[in-house]
Design a protein around this ligand. Structure first.
Ligand code: FAD
Ligand code: SF4
Length: 339
């Protein structure tokens, strides 16, 4: 039994000050990840500061530049079903609804989704060496069973993947993360928020201790005409992605004017290769050109004993998802093919 203090806080500055002042103090939002981590003794907290009573961050607000600010404390479900998100950012709605279960999405918050930990089996096994959980202890996944692990951006210290669906769409949409902390406010581009494992696999992202995510900003462009999110997994629902793809296209006739492609389930962060997207501009939107872009995105991919299949799977998923984006109205609502 681990004793901890639980405090509800209405004032953002007070919440930040409480967490910043204690090394083992943590925020809790929906609790769908942090409670599991505490129960399995994978993380320590002597104080949990419940940020749900802070009133400011539960809504979606328009921004001065024509985009939207998603409140960090809004639930994943309320975000996905919000009429403006369904109309202007259906890619985000579809990605959120591909994740978890209805019950979890009703509790999980937008800020918490960005900060969920990996689902590496060995990370969740407190008896197994794991550099992410205990720096310097070793990585059990590299010589072990690594079917769900990364094929891009790995290091000799960690091959875990970041498991979020929502974040794959946010990366494709060029979102940014609004943060308040003991030293003031800052904004990070979404692609700079999560980290690769490198020498520091215990750090998932660039948030500092005591910093609070207040919102996620969506720029004006939401690709509502041509978008698709494809999640491939071992089970058709309630499972994390082996590979997922978020695609947004802007077309003039059948010529691509802008392309966004982000991958999930393959790296320690949502994976975007801007050169691949640029290579599509001015080209015809067809299978052949999407396949060439997929080759660029997977360049340098490295498989391990049980997950090398992900490289080919990701290439095929990219092509299929880009083709589906050409005509999103033909996609069945919520339909996600299994592997
Ligand atoms: C069985 C199961 C299946 C799942 N399947 C999927 C899936 O398929 N796809 C998917 O994307 N996700 C999936 N999830 C993960 C789920 O989406 C996350 O657990 C959820 O989004 C986390 O949000 P939360 O508000 O509950 O976070 P919490 O558990 O409350 O917090 C998570 C972490 O974020 C910190 N935190 C929370 N909010 C803030 C904030 N505003 N600022 C700073 N720090 C903060 C907390 O201190 C904690 O460290 C699944 C979860 C479960 C339990
Ligand atoms: S892949 Fe990363 S999270 Fe998994 S055991 Fe290795 S170090 Fe730990």
């Amino acid at each position: 039994m681990n004793n901890f203090a639980y405090q509800r806080e209405q004032d953002v500055n007070a919440a930040i000050a409480k967490v910043a002042s204690g090394i083992d103090s943590k925020f809790i939002a929906g609790g769908t990840n942090i409670i599991d981590l505490l129960k399995y003794n994978l993380t320590i907290a002597d104080t949990l500061v419940d940020i749900n009573p802070i009133s400011n961050y539960h809504t979606i607000e328009p921004t001065a530049t024509g985009g939207l600010m998603l409140g960090a404390l809004m639930t994943n479900a309320d975000t996905a079903y919000h009429p403006i998100i369904e109309q202007k950012y259906p890619l985000l709605s579809k990605a959120i609804l591909a994740g978890a279960s209805a019950q979890i999405r009703n509790m999980a918050t937008n800020g918490g989704n960005l900060l969920q930990r990996t689902r590496c089996y060995y990370f969740y096994d407190a008896a197994a060496p794991c550099n992410k959980r205990v720096p310097g202890s070793g990585c059990s996944a590299i010589p072990g069973y690594n079917r769900i692990m990364a094929v891009l951006g790995t290091s000799e210290n960690c091959i875990a993947v970041f498991p979020s669906d929502m974040c794959v769409a946010l990366a494709a949409l060029d979102a940014s993360v609004h943060i308040s902390g003991p030293n003031g406010d800052r904004v990070l581009a979404f692609t700079d928020f999560h980290r690769l494992p490198g020498e520091t696999p215990h750090l998932d992202n660039n948030l500092q201790h005591g910093e609070l995510i207040t919102g996620i900003e969506l720029p004006v462009k939401g690709f509502p005409q041509n978008y698709s999110y494809l999640k491939l997994r071992d089970r058709n629902s309630y499972a994390f992605a082996l590979v997922s793809v978020a695609t947004g296209l802007e077309l003039e006739g059948d010529v691509i004017r802008e392309a966004r492609i982000a991958l999930g389930g393959v790296a320690h962060k949502p994976w975007r290769v801007k050169d691949a997207e640029k290579s599509l501009i001015g080209k015809t939107a067809n299978r052949e050109n999407f396949a060439s872009a997929a080759e660029i995105i997977l360049a340098g991919a490295k498989g391990f004993e049980h997950n090398a299949f992900k490289i080919e799977l990701a290439k095929k998923a990219i092509v299929r998802n880009c083709i589906m984006a050409l005509n999103p109205s033909t996609q069945l609502p919520g339909a996600q093919p299994s592997v």
